[in-house]
Write a protein that binds this ligand. Structure first.
Ligand code: ZN
Length: 373
């Protein structure tokens, strides 16, 4: 939510986030400022930013098409004020596949950058480059012919920046893929994460010394991204090959749609359970989560029938589903709990606590739960 769909390319919806116009506003102010014709400067800023984001979409599409080629799934590409994000599921983790997928983006940006640079050389005299840089730094008049060199330079920058060998940049994946050819995937990730964190420290230090707030922000972004990737792979390695059936809670207390909400409150106070399947004659008809109980109490009081406050649409898991996949889906949707259903029969619940428990147990003693590859 919070985004609008623009187009669908090769089955991938391209969406723009509602905060996206902020970057256009920023560009209008940034380019309009100090121009003798303020409006023309602002218009230049908006146009160049829109074109740049078109190039960002091509960069993300390149990643996505390779991911799909290798059996991954791309849910959508979203444009945010600071760049594009391709939301993918089941990323390829064979080293050469990850290498190709990670390189596809920066290579695309590089090709666009070099192509536009040649086009600039072909169409305009050589001094357009110096004129353009002077206009940009000293507020000289921005001419429309500067669009080409500007896009050429920003695309080349995009390619270079993304190739920095640090998570969360594409270069981090490239580095891991190369390392993973000579060591286990988990160790390759740990090493690539370290490199990313070290690079973040260096950028942060440079930012502090140069009093460059932007650089400090980039450093924080890099550090957070590297750390997050490390955690994700730890989790993935721990849960790899485990199935939902090995972790879910069997036969939880169920409630009936006609029960008053106070029934769920009593059960919450009596035991450990805080999310309830709503069942009618053994059939799952809804879910009542802790948040749902609290909202129901606030809005309607304890006497409201459960069917009036329960969730009717929710993701479900089957016992043979991959535990890591379900964990990813839950964290993407912010779901606390997923009902486990087999051929229409309700079996139990998989909660965040179940996942954490499985993670802690297999980390402590990997042989505890048998894995299937
Ligand atoms: Zn990329």
């Amino acid at each position: 939510m919070g985004s609008l769909k623009l187009v669908t390319i090769k089955g991938i919806p391209i969406r723009v986030h509602i905060t996206f116009p902020l970057i256009l506003l920023w560009a209008a102010v940034q380019f309009g400022r100090g121009q003798s014709n303020m409006w023309q400067g602002a218009l230049f800023g908006v146009a160049v930013t829109l074109l740049l984001f078109l190039c960002v979409v091509l960069h993300e599409l390149a990643h996505s098409l390779f991911a799909i080629q290798f059996g991954g799934r791309v849910n959508e590409i979203t444009l945010l004020p600071l760049g594009g994000v391709a939301q993918m599921e089941r990323l390829p983790d064979r080293p050469y596949q990850e290498l190709l997928m990670a390189l596809a983006g920066p290579v695309t940006s590089g090709i666009i950058g070099i192509g536009l640079a040649f086009l600039t050389l072909f169409l305009f005299p050589l001094r357009i480059w110096t004129d353009f840089l002077r206009a940009l730094s000293s507020g000289g008049t921005l001419s429309w012919s500067y669009l080409l060199p500007y896009l050429a330079i920003t695309n080349l920058f995009l390619a270079g920046f993304n190739l920095l060998p640090a998570f969360p940049m594409d270069g981090g994946r490239v580095l891991r893929a190369i390392l993973a050819t000579v060591m286990p995937y988990g160790r390759a990730t740990a090493l690539a994460v370290r490199v990313g964190q070290a690079l973040a420290w260096m950028l942060g230090l440079l930012g502090l010394l140069g009093r460059d707030v932007f650089l400090i922000l980039v450093a924080l972004f890099v550090y957070a991204g590297a750390t997050q990737e490390g955690r994700l792979v730890q989790l993935k390695t721990a849960l790899a090959g485990l199935r939902v059936r090995q972790a879910y809670s069997h036969s939880p207390q169920a409630v009936h749609p006609e029960d008053p909400l106070s029934r769920a409150v009593d059960l919450m106070l009596e035991g450990f359970q805080s999310d309830f399947p709503v069942c009618e004659e053994g059939r799952l008809v809804g879910m009542l989560t802790r948040t749902g109980v609290l909202r129901g109490l606030r809005e309607y009081g304890p006497q409201v029938p459960i069917h009036a406050v329960m969730q009717r649409e929710f993701p479900i898991a089957s016992p043979e589903d991959d535990l890591f996949d379900i964990q990813q889906q839950m964290s993407e949707r912010g779901a606390e709990v997923v009902p486990v259903v087999d051929a229409g029969t309700f079996l139990g619940l998989l909660t965040r606590q179940d996942l954490e428990e499985a993670y802690r147990l297999v980390t402590a003693y990997p042989a505890l739960l048998p894995r299937r590859r």
